[in-house]
Design a protein around this ligand. Sequence first.
Ligand SMILES: Cc1cc2nc3c(=O)[nH]c(=O)nc-3n(C[C@H](O)[C@H](O)[C@H](O)COP(=O)(O)O)c2cc1C
Length: 324
Amino acid sequence: MKTKITEMLNIEHPIVQGGMHYVGFAEMAAAVSNAGGLGIITGLTQPSAADLANEIARCKDMTDKPFGVNITFLPVVNAPDYPGMMDAIIKGGVTVVETAGNNPSQWLPMLKDAGIKVIHKCTSVRHSLKAQSIGCDAVSVDGFECGGHPGEDDIPNMILLPRAAEELEIPFIASGGMGNAQQLVAALAMGAEGINMGTRFIATKEAPVHENVKQAILAASELDTRLIMRPLRNTERVLNNDAVERLLQKEKELGDDISFMDIAEEVAGVYPRIMTEGDMDAGGWSCGMVAGLIHDIPTCQELIDRIMTEADEIISSRLAKFAS
Ligand SMILES: Cc1cc2nc3c(=O)[nH]c(=O)nc-3n(C[C@H](O)[C@H](O)[C@H](O)COP(=O)(O)O)c2cc1C
């Protein structure tokens, strides 16, 4: 399938794997790219710019296809080494960068000079328009269903995507809640040029995470995610577990007086314990409502092939029937 996004990113299928903390290692990105999508390494999971350079080199050893790097701008006092990471991306010959979390304008000139396509991930039409105005090549529009940070507007993709289509001139990718062919076709119908999947790619054979994480996603229904950190205006959709229930109880009791330190035990530094060690109650970890639609652990190739084959069938058979 050819879309503006497959053309822009030089990929076979309009399916992108969003950056994911402690999931987006070279193995994940290479598996998605080898299957014809766009895999993405998560920059901030690497402890330093030199480690990121090494991760990019490892990915290049595993695939000849294009892949990207996610750079998330965090609301922290001691910023990570963003200049060093951008340097590693450019010197590593990466062709796509996914930015998220904050306005990437400071980095656009150097990325564009290096011929890199920038996809900014946004949770609102207003931020998407801003990304377009500063020169981003595309946006990933992340609806309320998404795993991770859905922002504070709570607009689901059934509204957000057609709203993005009304306003945007640059191509956009539908992100949040995506996991199957029906959703790809629906996203295309609503104006998107492709889909971005996070949670769905964790439940694949190649995802370099503990088996417990994959089984937790399989066991979860669409009712099992919770929104945490809303009082801090840093809302995150996570899979429910003991730590999340404890955290939500603190939010209830402390109300507006809550600070990050009150919940640090449930969220700070928990990813390695969950993703690597499989300690599923160690803290809150991002997971989308799409968990309710995930029932197997295929390879990335099987997953992407299935989505593309079924999308073709839906378009040429089910939808064609309705055209007069
Ligand atoms: C475990 C996990 C970790 C994530 N970490 C990041 C991250 O570090 N940076 C980022 O921009 N997005 C992150 N995301 C969001 C994804 O890139 C993607 O936008 C989101 O998962 C899409 O929603 P879905 O999970 O419903 O597919 C994360 C998502 C998950 C599930």
